[in-house]
Design a protein around this ligand. Structure first.
Ligand code: MG
Length: 229
């Protein structure tokens, strides 16, 4: 009997969490037609449905507003969903550069930006991030970084973000909790790279950071760092 009550209570709490999330999205982070179309196009192009949530999109916009961001560098474009959220938070003369390894996917992203009326302030660069990043030094500093790409590259991407940043720049990385896999004593595969990133974010004296559960019922989330003066 007690077990039944617990199961009922858990179900009630889960339903309540869903309702709260729905209300937050409706009030603060509603998706418009362009964002919905971006998800449809992403799906039809065979890209995985692993984009950020509307709440995460809105959080990126809040952070972008917080430090007067004019230049954003995104590593890992996917279907252009996160890029659309971020580019919309830019001033009219702002710019988002997003790096995408697949030429086919880059076309999906360009179409998404065009549909959202953001073609003038966005640029998709095609290639491996490790090859594209050195060429960005002449365009630095960037005010805001969003890292959401191959997880084994995260430590190197953090190095590059620090090189291309200014004091006050904000660096956000997605999927740094991954249901706790990077927290295991000996994380396996690319979870070890996420663990290395999280350690750096927590201990590098140039950064003030937090790992924030913000998706999947707290099972995944953002590492958020500010570059200190
Ligand atoms: Mg992600």
């Amino acid at each position: 009997m007690a077990e039944n009550i617990n199961a009922e209570e858990l179900a009630r709490q889960a339903q309540l969490r869903q309702e709260i999330e729905k209300q937050i999205i409706q009030r603060f982070a509603p998706e418009d037609e362009a964002l919905r179309q971006t998800l449809v196009a992403q799906h039809e192009s065979g890209l995985p449905d692993i984009q950020i949530s509307p709440i995460q999109g809105r959080l990126l916009q809040v952070l972008i507003a917080a430090n007067n961001t004019r230049k954003i560098l995104e590593i890992g474009a996917l279907g252009g969903y996160s890029g659309t959220w971020m580019a919309r938070a830019l001033p009219a003369d702002g710019k988002l550069i997003t790096l995408e390894i697949s030429p086919k996917h880059a076309e999906v992203v360009r179409a998404a930006f065009a549909r959202a009326g953001l073609a003038d302030r966005t640029e998709v660069r095609v290639g491996a991030a490790s090859e594209l990043l050195p060429a960005l030094q002449s365009e630095a500093p960037f005010d805001f970084f969003f890292i959401d790409a191959n997880k084994d590259g995260y430590p190197v991407y953090l190095d590059w973000a620090l090189q291309l940043a200014r004091p006050g720049s904000i660096i956000v990385a997605d999927n740094n909790i991954r249901s706790g896999r990077p927290f295991q004593q000996r994380p396996e595969g690319d979870n070890a790279d996420i663990a290395a990133y999280n350690l750096r974010a927590a201990t590098d004296p140039r950064l003030r950071s937090i790992l924030l559960p913000v998706d999947e019922d707290g099972m995944d989330g953002f590492a958020i760092s500010v570059v200190l003066p």
